[in-house]
Design a protein around this ligand. Structure first.
Ligand SMILES: [Zn+2]
Length: 424
């Protein structure tokens, strides 16, 4: 069997036959002869008139340890539909690509599963090439129909570049929290860009939008999707409560040290408990206060027990936090509005500044908090999304441009299935 015949059978390049095989120091170069005489623009328009031609190389999947390149003439045409000279489309590669479709699909499949350095190392290409490939593959996989029929969405901001830059991410509650849109920034214009893309008809069909407690997304939703019920994501309520606990703990710690911000002698007396709870002890109780009580370590449980025995002010703060979490796990028949109102009243009277502040914020968002419970919108999926995106960042993707990060988010959280060349 001739080498060209062997490579022809082995590679099965669509729309072309192998006309020559060359072994070079850079790798194996396989020359192709195109079968089609017509030139096709990426827009679909075709012609037989060639504007000019060059030879181009595409990196293809490795053959053993050797890199393999396809080499073929590629022509330009004067497309009448695009009204400009464009490079023709070839069946084995995406427009503009210097890698074959098979190679790019393998890169994207790996990028869904491992860090960028490993992908680049394994396939012998640069980081920049991996990022460009991910953008191209994602563009080929997502289209506007993903926004059809959406009814309950969640909006959240995510930070990148160590918290200096932000993206606005929209996820579909009814499709397991799959990301359906991501854009730069976190102000009301960022989210308005999404509603604009959605268009008035589809926006009018939105039933519920879950949000954080900021004003930006609420404003955009109020103007663009006034018919949708605004809900506050439970995830954000609990996050805020945890932040309040942390503030309360530092406040109590400062008071125990005799810090400057002493609120009142009565509270002060309770912070410095009879047993002499020192500043250090208060500091050590951090995780005991923040973690789910069901998952505490023995030492943390002891720290919490001591707060309870000494009727420490932080014990009351802890109880308030747990009562707030109860809002999302009430037994059937208990009214969430009554539970929330009771909680707001107790927190407001607690004389713990962070808890009083929390109660004020939650009171302002009372309607949205209760709407989330009524509509059964748990934000656990969006919370999962947050950690997924942190993982993407952690794997070294998206450090260069927002476009690269957005493409990675679609690739890993947008429900995109990549077919491997071996699985077709
Ligand atoms: Zn065209």
């Amino acid at each position: 069997m001739r080498a060209t015949t062997a490579f022809n059978k082995m590679l099965e390049i669509p729309g072309a036959d192998v006309s020559g095989v060359e072994f070079t120091p850079a790798g194996i170069v396989v020359s192709l002869r195109r079968r089609a005489k017509r030139l096709t623009c990426p827009c679909g328009w075709s012609t037989t008139a060639t504007y000019d031609r060059t030879i181009r190389r595409w990196r293809h999947l490795d053959l053993g340890a050797a890199q393999l390149f396809l080499s073929a003439p590629i022509r330009r045409l004067a497309c009448q539909r695009c009204a400009r000279v464009v490079t023709e489309q070839v069946p084995w590669a995406r427009p503009g690509a210097r890698h074959t479709r098979d190679f790019e699909d393998v890169v994207a499949w790996l990028a869904q599963r491992m860090d960028k350095t490993s992908v680049a190392r394994l396939l012998g290409c640069s980081w920049e090439a991996v990022a460009a490939i991910v953008i191209r593959v994602v563009a080929a996989h997502i289209n506007d129909t993903r926004l059809d029929g959406i009814y309950r969405i969640g909006v959240d901001e995510i930070s990148y570049r160590k918290g200096h830059r932000y993206l606005t991410v929209v996820a579909d509650h009814d499709r397991d929290g799959a990301v359906i849109w991501a854009g730069e920034g976190r102000n009301h214009q960022s989210l308005e860009a999404f509603y604009n893309q959605l268009g008035p008809t589809r926006t009018a069909r939105l039933g519920a939008v879950s949000l954080d407690m900021g004003t930006a997304y609420a404003k955009a939703t109020r103007t663009k999707a006034p018919g949708a019920t605004q809900c506050i994501d439970p995830f954000h309520v609990i996050k805020l409560a945890n932040a309040a606990i942390d503030t309360a703990r530092r406040w109590a710690w400062n008071n125990a040290r005799g810090g400057p911000s002493t609120p009142s002698p009565r509270v002060r007396a309770r912070i410095t408990s009879p047993k002499g709870s020192t500043a250090r002890k208060v500091k050590n109780t951090r995780w005991a206060l923040l973690k789910d009580p069901a998952r505490l370590k023995d030492s943390q449980r002891e720290a919490l027990d001591e707060l309870r025995r000494t009727r420490h002010v932080l014990w009351r703060a802890h109880l308030l936090k747990e009562e707030l979490r109860d809002l999302y796990r009430l037994p059937a028949g208990r009214r969430p509005d009554a539970h929330l109102d009771g909680w707001l009243a107790r927190a407001c009277r607690s004389r713990i500044p962070a808890m009083v502040k929390l109660s004020k914020t939650l009171r302002k968002n009372r309607t949205g908090i209760l709407a989330a419970i009524e509509l059964g919108l748990s934000n656990s999926k969006l919370e999962g999304l947050n950690s997924k995106i942190r993982l993407i960042n952690h794997r070294g993707y998206g450090h260069h441009t927002p476009a690269a990060l957005i493409a990675m988010i679609y690739l890993c959280s947008g429900g995109i299935t990549i077919q491997l060349p071996t699985g077709r």
